[in-house]
Design a protein around this ligand. Structure first.
Ligand code: F6P
Length: 358
């Protein structure tokens, strides 16, 4: 009889989820496994269970598609984290329910695809003896113990395409345009997209600057004869120690709006000096097909995760170290998030180009 595995993705979606799913199923089927895909994240594993059978036939043709055929959810009964860097215990009765459902479905283990919250939850199930291999996913690229999460490269590409377009209209109208990227509390997307998109200024949460410093920077550019400025802003940037976002009742603020806030501050503190606009790229960065880099990374992760499972390396997640696929304890994913540091090559490049403010 074939060994049966569950595949589950949870948390925010990103490009490349279907690529991982297809790769796990294709690799695992050849190794003698069969698969069930749980739907709507961790909710699918709880009563009433929601799942579908995944076969080589059913995953054919999905690897290049955006979103996830399993759908997803980022809130629910199986929350492994409450807010930023704050691991929460899942109630025993919920863990019991998940274990019972896995046993009833005769599932011997799980491939879990997710970010810090999802993998923190997976860890708690692993502590109950469930065989788990993790796959690190998030556009934010902020997970520790891996150089890259899949979905990041596509998000950066989407932002670069947008910035390219913003550049021309900013120049035609001689405007300062603020472009807001996702990334949660990390500036990776803004930094990479800003560099690739020839931003005139990049603002990230890890390197705070004041609005006065920003205005000084913009005036200097204007005095040097530049007629427009494109300022790429990470959504996690703070003004006077405050994030911009909405309280949706979740433990963590839903970030967004810093570009508009900054624009308004510049208009107030330097009235009439700059004609300003702002653009929030938002979920465009999460949607659509994965680019080539993410397709390849997601395939590497999917196949490596299946092989790691087959070899019995439970409790680990696949990760990228340089150009090598490695394993790291899933528990690492629940640790401190990985932010941009001053010594990383991309930051140093931006610094040398004079497009960051310190
Ligand atoms: O963590 C991925 C991410 O896209 C962040 O960059 C962003 O802050 C958040 O998710 C948005 O979440 P939601 O889809 O719940 O609005």
């Amino acid at each position: 009889m074939a060994r049966r595995l569950g595949i589950l993705n949870s948390g925010g979606d990103c490009a490349g989820l279907n690529t991982v799913i297809a790769s796990v199923v294709t690799t695992g089927t050849a190794l003698g496994y069969e698969f069930i895909g749980f739907e709507k994240g961790w909710e699918g594993i709880l009563d009433p269970v929601m799942y579908r059978s995944l076969t080589v036939e059913s995953v054919r043709g999905i690897a290049h598609l955006g979103g996830t055929i399993l759908r997803t959810a980022n809130k629910g009964r199986f929350a492994g984290k409450i807010g930023h860097n704050n691991v929460s215990r899942i109630p025993d009765e919920i863990l019991d329910m998940a274990c019972r459902n896995l046993a009833e479905l005769e599932i011997e283990g799980l491939i879990v695809i997710g970010g810090d919250g999802t993998l923190s939850a997976a860890m708690q199930l692993a502590e109950r003896g469930i065989n788990i291999i993790g796959v690190p996913k998030t556009i934010d690229n902020d997970l520790p113990s891996t150089d890259r999460t899949f979905g990041f490269s596509t998000a950066v590409q989407v932002a670069v395409d947008a910035i390219d377009r913003i550049q021309t209209t900013a120049e035609s109208h001689e405007r300062v345009i603020f472009v807001e990227c996702m990334g949660r509390f990390a500036g990776w997307i803004a930094l990479h997209a800003g560099l690739a998109g020839n931003a005139d200024c990049i603002l990230i949460p890890e390197i705070p600057c004041t609005t006065d410093q920003l205005i000084t920077f913009l005036r200097k550019r204007r005095d040097q004869g530049f007629r427009s400025s494109v300022v790429v802003v990470a959504e996690g940037v703070q003004i006077a120690g405050e994030h911009s976002g909405r309280d949706t009742g979740a433990p963590e603020l839903t970030l967004g709006g810093i570009s508009e806030q900054l624009m308004r501050q510049v208009n107030t503190l330097a009235p009439g000096e700059f004609e300003t606009r702002h653009v929030v790229l938002g979920h465009t960065q999460r949607g659509g097909s994965p680019n080539a880099e993410d397709r390849i990374l997601a395939k590497k992760y999917g196949t490596a995760a299946m092989q790691a499972y087959h070899q019995g390396h439970f409790g680990n997640m696949v990760s990228l170290r340089g150009n090598e696929i490695a394993l790291a304890p899933i528990s690492d994913a629940g640790g401190d998030l990985k932010g941009v540091t001053r010594d990383c090559p991309e930051y140093q490049t931006a610094q040398a180009l004079g497009i960051v403010i310190e």
